[in-house]
Design a protein around this ligand. Structure first.
Ligand code: ADP
Ligand code: MG
Length: 419
């Protein structure tokens, strides 16, 4: 099946061709028809398999067709996403595929002034892409009116329905018309969240692709035993060996991101960081530099784990193990997107072994082990010269103290949750 054969507007087909998409991916093939029929859909497919266009294409067609007959003002489709970067990225897909339609889209997220967003909303928006916090503010102030909404999309649905966001989403649903089409998209979902999703919709069509192995097939991934204090040497070594390889490094905390950047600097390796403590401008410029390949190494917290589609990320490093198997799937899923191949390596220290076992178990099959011989391990450590100075060490010690405290708190919380 080719996109040409779909009964969707010619303008959309033109834009699809411009993107270089020849035929639909599996998830697009399965999702586009029921969405065009107006059904509710819960779609689960691995990372990097084109889920965004799987909902953008049929939504644009539905709105394009209706718009010519009704021309009613107001937001017709709302897409919710967990982070600013992902919301902006989804909007980019809407913008590029709607070029030859009458449908327009706009993105609102926190971290920037509301005024320009209000002004734009006042002019009329068909598709609104939003993060929950800012959306909720603007809804309660009356700047976003959703009573004419026809389609609601939750991208990264399991995350949006989980602890941090569920209250906002449920509150929001009260502002929406009962008769609407609801679409859930994600690479991962557990039984509890699936039930919750079902409770929010009527007779959804369930589409699930390759549920057995949640890690996308284009990703070759392994884990190596590397002690906490040695991790920076191993990473430095890998980065020095492949200076042109686009590498995304995940760490557990914002503090660790900055601390790792300094540690790499002492090995004369340049890296940039992205995390929740950076302001919006810095976040966008880091992302842009990495996207364009001007910077080869990006150190990130989990805010960049979900949905972000950066071309040519060849290597993902879990410098710290993620907190869950889902998180693992999303982090390594930043590589091996579309038809690209990718590699991922996780560093596991002795204190993380329990976490690794839990991840292994929940993934359904254990992550391949990369054995490093004692000799190689020692050689790697010995090969690195660090450019130390006292200032750095002082700030490192301070960071370490703050971080230990945060880690202890988190550990307590995990224990409590387990009970
Ligand atoms: P997901 O949401 O499933 O993780 P994305 O929607 O971000 O994946 O898409 C991953 C990549 O695949 C993007 O770079 C996108 O441009 C590309 N892509 C999407 N659909 C197609 C297609 N039909 N043919 C080729 N590439 C595609
Ligand atoms: Mg996605």
């Amino acid at each position: 099946m080719k996109f040409d054969e779909y009964s969707i507007s010619e303008g959309i087909k033109k834009s699809i061709a411009k993107q270089g998409f020849k035929k639909p991916t599996d998830i697009q093939y399965k999702s586009i028809p029921p969405i065009l029929r107006g059904e509710d859909v819960l779609a689960i497919a691995q990372t990097g398999t084109g889920k965004t266009a799987a909902f953008v294409i049929p939504i644009l067609h539905l709105l394009q067709v209706k718009k010519t007959v009704r021309k009613s003002a107001g937001i017709k489709c709302l897409v919710m996403a967990p982070t600013h970067e992902l919301a902006l990225q989804i909007n980019e897909v809407f913008v590029s595929l709607s070029k030859h339609t009458k449908v327009n889209s706009f993105c609102i997220h926190g971290g920037v002034e509301q005024d320009r967003q209000k002004e734009e909303l006042g002019k009329g928006v068909d598709v609104l892409i939003a993060t929950p916090g800012r959306l909720f503010d603007l809804v309660s102030q009356g700047d976003v009116v959703l009573k004419g909404l026809e389609i609601l999309v939750l991208d990264e649905a399991d995350h949006m329905l989980d602890l941090g966001f569920i209250k906002d989403i449920k509150d929001l649903m009260r502002h929406l018309p009962e008769r609407r089409q609801t679409l859930f998209f994600s690479a991962t979902i557990n039984e509890k969240i699936k039930k919750l999703a079902y409770s929010l919709v009527v007779n959804p069509i369930r589409i699930q692709i390759s549920p057995k192995d949640p890690v996308a097939k284009n990703i070759e991934h392994a884990v190596a035993s590397i002690e906490m204090d040695d991790k920076r040497f191993f990473l430095g070594n890998m980065l020095a060996e492949h200076p042109d390889r686009k590498t995304l490094v995940f760490v557990r905390t914002k503090v660790r991101a900055e601390r790792l950047k300094l540690a790499l600097e002492r090995q004369k390796i340049e890296a940039i960081t992205i995390h929740g403590d950076k302001d919006q401008k810095e976040r966008e410029s880091s992302m842009q530099a990495f996207r364009k390949g001007e910077q080869k190494t990006l150190i990130a917290t989990d805010i960049s784990a979900r949905g972000i589609d950066i071309p040519n990320v060849e290597f993902v490093v879990n410098y710290d193990l993620p907190e869950s198997a889902e998180q693992y799937v999303h982090r390594v899923g930043r590589t091996g997107r579309g038809r690209e191949k990718g590699q991922a390596l996780s560093f596991c220290a002795t204190e993380e072994v329990a976490l690794l076992e839990e991840i292994d178990q929940n993934l359904g099959k254990p992550i391949a082990r990369l054995e490093i011989s004692k000799k190689n391990y020692q050689m790697t450590k010995a090969s690195v010269t660090e450019n130390n100075n006292e200032e750095d060490w002082k700030s490192l010690m301070e960071h370490a103290a703050i971080e230990t405290e945060a880690w202890e708190k988190k550990k307590k919380k995990r224990k409590k949750n387990k009970k």
